[in-house]
Design a protein around this ligand. Structure first.
Ligand code: WT7
Length: 637
């Protein structure tokens, strides 16, 4: 199979880009035509950023799994769809051909149906990186249920909040998950979450770690038993539910600048077209290539570039259960070597951490299968970029630095492997259909080159989020209210003399810790739940490996307590409330915070102190108590 929409030269990129701007509807309609639709759409695009309302391919009828599975059976039925590599290097890997995957998805779709799941129902998936997570994801899509995958690192409280927000009545989980030398007791976390969520009707539990767990009568069932029931029914068929292009495919929660995570909603048609188009073009995928994206399926990167984009494109996608540094720092290179990986898509934080182990873990690893390298999630510093290029790609593999967001569904700004040039630390150029624009604080467009501003997008693309679940007004205020008639990304950005874009980081109160998005307000809320805490303020600071670290300033009641123990208690509280990924790296006890007379915390000052800048703190004359700044500076950790 070749892709009719594959861009194969710099000139073709240019002309595709021009066409996409001149006539976006004709451009996307042609691309969408190469997918399988049961009925063609009535209208390519309806949009109004003011309302806001965005509809792509409305009236078109399809099921995304028919595009990921059924339509490949004839040509790729015996070709690998998923290669799964265990956490344990000794455990045998598993391969699922397109035919195998099709059968498994249909089987589990029938399990979901038998357990009462219907079109439109929300199903929470809380599992480790095992093939059954991809199978459950696709099984939901098969029957038109809306999946909401929650990353295995989130706490019971975070899960409960998300279940409540989504009113998810069904959960698919595992007894536990393996991650390096750790075992995560997933089912126990779910049990804790469900104390608050009586509306959950069914929990389907897959056995992975054989961790002892409790199974609640009437609510919990074993995945394996349910599969057996379906098998005895004999007929594995499960016709795909006919969906409108604008029906919801999934909800994925992500952090914003308020304390409450938002449920980003993506719909079937546009998301399918955009993830597939961007997958094929950015990585320049060729049929037969092995694509290895190291993200977790619990994040958008895993949704778009482990599951949906690659499978719609008939690709071979590798799912890795483990972590890059266990049993040793050569694990990722072993996986590349063993499965002859052609495309490796990972995060700067992983690159920096592996770089720290030096060259030794690379000895004896054959990386010659690699053709393309990719980076995502945060700005990649030049040192990491060059290490990746030299030590991993041997200067023969283009690196695609892909900028995008949970909200954008797919890659927005990136070079295309071997088609458009890379530039270290630059995401470079927009994909066809994407119109970036830089604006100043007064909503004025910043034209020309060698300029910086806030990054917005001028026109809808098929992968844009359609709403925030249960709160459309939040969708409007977050993304469309800041600037007239533009989608606001929350990122700062520089455009160089050639028109290349370089993302400089978030301009809102959102942190990016190891490529994970965490709201400062969320962490503050969690810290404030500790009994002794009076008030707190959280900021990010540059961290060698994580990109950003979390720095918390805390006003605590009992100053005569053992500071170190209190600090550990606070960190433990955050871990309980949000999850281990949000643990502060530094906690400094202070007697007050720098506030203006109107009571607003001046985070700019706190950020500078956390960064180690103590001289140029800017104007502090508007502070209620300027003396507090000296105290905080003295106590810096
Ligand atoms: C934020 C989105 C979308 C993939 C995973 C993260 C930052 C993402 C890059 C990049 C510089 C990047 C931005 C963005 N970001 N990719 N290539 N260069 N920054 O998704 O959790 O929704 O976070 O990640 O700040 O806004 P996310």
């Amino acid at each position: 199979m070749s892709y009719p929409f594959q861009i194969t030269s710099p000139e073709a990129y240019k002309s595709a880009y021009e066409k996409s701007i001149k006539d976006p509807e004709a451009f996307w309609s042609e691309i969408a035509s190469s997918f399988f639709w049961r009925k063609r759409w009535d209208k390519v695009l309806n949009w109004d950023f003011k309302e806001p309302k965005i509809e792509w391919f409305k009236g078109g009828k399809l099921n995304i799994t028919e595009n990921c599975l059924d339509r490949h059976l004839g040509t790729l039925g015996n070709k690998p769809a998923i290669i799964w590599e265990s956490n344990d290097p000794e455990e045998h890997h598993r391969v699922f051909t397109y035919r195998d995957l099709y059968n498994k998805v249909l089987q589990f779709a029938n399990v979901l149906k038998n357990n009462g799941v219907k079109k439109g129902d929300r199903v929470c998936l809380y599992m480790g990186m095992i093939p059954e997570l991809a199978i459950a994801t696709l099984a939901c899509a098969r029957i038109g249920a809306v999946h909401s995958v929650i990353f295995g690192g989130f706490s019971a409280q975070s899960i409960a909040d998300r279940l409540q927000d989504a009113q998810a009545g069904f959960i698919v989980t595992c007894d536990g998950a393996f991650r390096g030398n750790k075992e995560i007791a997933l089912k126990t976390v779910i049990d804790d979450a469900l104390v608050q969520c009586k509306f959950v009707k069914r929990v389907i539990v897959l056995m992975r770690t054989r961790t002892p767990i409790s199974m609640i009568k009437g609510r919990d069932v074993w995945w394996e038993d349910e599969i057996k029931k379906v098998e005895t029914m004999g007929n594995p068929d499960c016709p795909a539910e006919e969906m409108d292009a604008e029906d919801s495919l999934f909800i994925l929660y992500t952090s914003g600048s308020t304390g409450k995570p938002k449920g980003v909603v993506h719909t079937v048609g546009g998301y399918m077209v955009y993830t597939t188009y961007s997958f094929v073009n950015v990585f320049q995928y060729q049929i037969g290539d092995v694509h290895f994206c190291t993200a977790d399926i619990g994040w958008i990167t895993g949704h778009s570039y482990i599951v949906y984009g690659p499978l719609c494109a008939g690709a071979t996608t590798l799912i890795f259960e483990g972590i890059p540094t266990w049993p040793d720092a050569g694990r990722l290179w072993d996986v590349v070597d063993k499965h002859k990986v052609n495309i490796l898509y990972t995060a700067p934080t992983a690159i920096r951490s592996l770089m720290g182990f030096g060259n030794e873990p690379l000895i004896g690893k054959d990386l010659s299968s690699l053709k393309v390298l990719g980076s995502v999630g945060e700005p990649i510093n030049e040192e990491a970029w060059h290490w990746f290029d030299e030590k991993i790609g041997k200067k023969k593999c283009p690196i695609v630095d892909t900028w995008w967001q949970t909200e954008t569904g797919g890659i927005m700004i990136s070079n295309m492997a071997r088609i458009t040039p890379s530039k270290p630390s630059y995401a470079t150029l927009p994909l066809p259909g994407i119109q970036p624009i830089l604006v100043d604080e007064n909503s004025k467009e910043i034209e020309g080159n060698e300029v910086s501003g806030n990054l917005c997008i001028r026109f809808p693309w098929p992968g844009i989020l359609r709403t925030t679940y249960g709160d459309h007004e939040r969708y409007r205020t977050n993304y469309f209210a800041p600037y007239d008639n533009l989608y606001f990304t929350g990122d700062g950005c520089y455009r160089d003399a050639e028109g290349n874009y370089r993302i400089t980081g978030r301009v809102d109160d959102v942190l990016n810790v190891s490529g994970h998005r965490i709201g400062t307000a969320e962490v503050e809320n969690a810290i404030n739940m500790h009994t002794g805490v009076i008030e707190s303020a959280v900021v990010g600071y540059p961290h060698d490996i994580k990109g950003q670290g979390i720095y918390a300033y805390v006003i605590f009641q009992n100053t005569h307590d053992d500071e170190n123990l209190t600090r550990l208690d606070i960190i433990q509280t955050v871990s309980r409330v949000i999850g281990a990924i949000a643990k502060p790296d530094k906690v400094q006890f202070v007697s007050g915070l720098p506030k203006t007379r109107s009571g607003k915390i001046m985070r700019r000052i706190l950020r500078k102190i956390a960064e180690g800048e103590t001289e140029n703190l800017g104007d502090t004359s508007t502070l209620l108590d300027p003396a507090i700044v000296d105290e905080i500076k003295m106590g810096r950790i």
